[in-house]
Ligand binder design. Structure first.
Ligand code: D38
Ligand code: CA
Ligand code: ZN
Length: 339
């Protein structure tokens, strides 16, 4: 689960005489202009999410130096957060030619051990935060490569379309975070996996999937944080219309997640058959839709139109007929009932 020891540099801070992890990471980019993206990982020493985010906003606090000491075994949560951020950055660099989260080479900052047994991870507008989990429902969230991808994609979204984190635009924001979290993990591991957080979910129960499923959202019970019961929806007609979870941003995201799954791997859903086009095409369509066509208030219908237009740009219609790629996008959004 935890990142293996990687060749990161343990930097000794002369003043505190403590070492912490810092990696001037050369990632991707062109041979003539390698983009050096700094990577720094810190320890919150169980400071709660709220006080941490407050200190971060007020003083730019990032946490304390990671105690690596001279022991060979550094803090595994810190190692995982550190190396996972590098892997996801490589994904955006190599696949989408994006130079870090802001496309300007911004430093990748992670802080681990947020809160006490905190069953969550978050993006605070500036960096990734990881809880240790309670060891029952979740293990250390830094161990999830798709979790890092999810949080870092929030950073990409904030630096591109900045979808309003509420109701339908919030659900699209959440969905794109799950989608690029999944794509980034699949790219880095070379294996297909449509679960979110499977590496950290119920650490004592192997093989029971993750917190959310992109391939079959209804197969996972809704997490108690967002709704007391029920399942994630896989059709627009079943979308949540209440006020919990900022209007169901982590609930209705599953509708667009299902569409992305169908576009990528294909399938028949509520009687509509989609011929999948594979991740290498689907990820380009979603990235282009996010960066060129979506706006902050975009909802599901806009997401459908943006994906169709992005696909048409990349995979031209032929004699008036949509390409197989565009046909897949249209069929997938038909299948999940987005008009
Ligand atoms: C990225 C992903 C691993 C994480 C998943 C997550 C974690 N939680 C808390 C949680 C976990 C497990 C349960 C359960 O009963 O089984 C309930 C709630 N709810 N969702 C997640 O989705 N976090 C949110 C955090 C939102 C902001 C937190 N203030 C996000 O990044 O959007
Ligand atoms: Ca996964
Ligand atoms: Zn999220």
């Amino acid at each position: 689960v935890f990142g293996k020891m990687q060749n990161f540099i343990a930097v000794k801070d002369a003043t505190t005489n403590k070492t912490y992890m810092h990696t001037p990471h050369i990632s991707g980019g062109t041979t003539t202009n390698p983009n050096i993206v700094g990577v720094s990982t810190y320890d919150a020493r169980r400071m709660g999410e709220t006080p941490f985010i407050l200190l971060s906003a007020l003083f730019g606090f990032t946490g304390f130096e990671v105690e690596t000491g001279n022991s060979f075994f550094a803090d595994p949560a810190a190692v995982s957060a550190h190396t996972n951020s590098m892997k996801i950055n490589d994904y955006f660099q190599k696949i989408h030619k994006r130079n870090s989260l802001d496309d300007k080479g911004m430093r990748l900052i992670s802080t681990v051990h947020i809160g006490s047994k905190w069953n969550n991870a978050a993006w605070n507008g500036k960096q990734m935060l990881y809880g240790d989990g309670d060891g029952i429902i979740l293990g250390s969230l830094a161990g999830g490569l798709d979790v890092a991808g999810h949080e870092m994609t929030h950073g990409v979204i904030e630096n591109t379309t900045d979808l309003i984190y509420q109701d339908e635009s919030g659900a699209i924001n959440e969905s794109l975070a799950d989608i690029f979290g999944a794509y980034g993990e699949m790219y880095a591991t070379g294996t297909v996996d449509w679960d979110m957080g499977e590496d950290i979910y119920t650490p004592n129960i192997p093989g029971d999937g993750g917190l959310r499923s992109l391939s079959d959202p209804t197969s996972v019970r809704l997490s108690t944080t967002y709704l007391p019961s029920g399942h994630y929806p896989d059709h627009y007609d079943d979308r949540y219309l209440g006020t919990l979870d900022r209007g169901g941003v982590h609930i209705n995201s599953s509708i667009n997640n299902k569409a992305a799954y169908l576009i990528t791997d294909g399938g028949t859903h509520y009687g509509v058959t989609v011929q999948g086009i594979g991740r290498t095409k689907a990820e380009k369509i979603f990235y282009r839709a996010l960066t060129l066509y979506l706006t902050p208030s975009s909802g599901f219908k806009d997401m459908r139109e943006a994906a169709i237009q992005a696909s048409r740009d990349l995979y031209k219609d032929r004699n008036g007929q949509p390409s197989p790629e565009t046909a897949a996008v249209i069929a997938a959004y038909d299948a999940v009932g987005v008009p």
